[in-house]
Design a protein around this ligand. Structure first.
Ligand code: CTP
Ligand code: MG
Length: 220
């Protein structure tokens, strides 16, 4: 089974508030996007396409190994993934979509996703249990229900798909429509989404505290 990786790296990183796009912010001296690309390649994908902000193409090219292809991202994550998906070679069997903002994802997570795809799943997401008591609230913030957390999972990336299925799902998604992740795009055409174990180290860097935690993880 051949597999391509897509890295969504075209966001600006408003909540991180750095002086450059989040994917170019260094972690232990290496841009987040370089960590994410390396994880995909080490975990077993054959090639990588990265969606980047149009204005920073040169910075991304300098940060990444030769052979990694860059495409211009869009105004939303959905638009960026759509652009990168169009650049994946037609003959590739599987596509893994990953966030540049999850730099310390262990390659073993990639391998688990690839294994489930090779076993026949059309769509696979890495998930973690919810460990805190989880409640629903009304608009005033008053608790209205305690949710059964045994049925809940936190969803990470990379999310893996049959290439044909993902292309069909994006083809059916109206232009301009934004969904929270790629699994939602395939669920919208009725495709079942399987789960494999995620990893706490695959946490997303969103705010400065997350970057601080990531630095602590790689410190030696
Ligand atoms: N992303 C993208 N294209 C966009 C928006 C986001 O490729 N138009 C990517 C980001 O680069 C990131 C991933 O999607 O790797 C997850 O998005 P998020 O964590 O929200 O990153 P940003 O959108 O950059 O951050 P913020 O929302 O704080 O501005
Ligand atoms: Mg965002």
């Amino acid at each position: 089974m051949s597999a391509a990786g897509i890295v969504a790296a075209a966001g600006s990183g408003l909540r991180l508030g750095a002086d450059r796009p989040k994917a170019l912010v260094p972690l232990a001296g290496r841009p987040l996007v370089a960590w994410a690309v390396e994880t995909l390649l080490t975990g077993g994908v054959d090639e990588v396409v990265v969606a980047v902000p149009a204005a920073d193409r040169d910075g991304f090219a300098a940060a990444l190994p030769r052979g990694v292809r860059l495409v211009e991202g869009g105004a939303t994550r959905t638009a960026s993934v759509r652009a990168a998906l169009a650049a994946v070679r037609p003959g590739v069997d599987a596509v893994l979509v990953h966030d540049a903002a999850r730099p310390l994802t262990p390659p073993a997570v990639v391998a688990r996703v690839l294994h489930a795809l090779a076993a026949g799943a059309p769509a696979v997401v890495p998930v973690l249990p919810v460990v805190d008591t989880t409640v629903a609230v009304d608009p005033a913030g008053t608790v209205t229900a305690a949710l059964d957390r045994s049925t809940l999972r936190r969803v990470q990336t990379p999310q893996g798909f049959s290439h044909v299925v993902l292309a069909e799902a994006y083809g059916a998604l109206p232009a301009g429509e934004e969904l929270t992740d790629d699994a939602a795009v395939v669920r919208a055409i009725g495709v079942p989404v399987r789960t494999v174990d995620g990893d706490e180290r695959a946490a997303k860097v969103t705010v400065p505290h997350d970057l601080h935690l990531a630095e602590l993880q790689v410190r030696r």
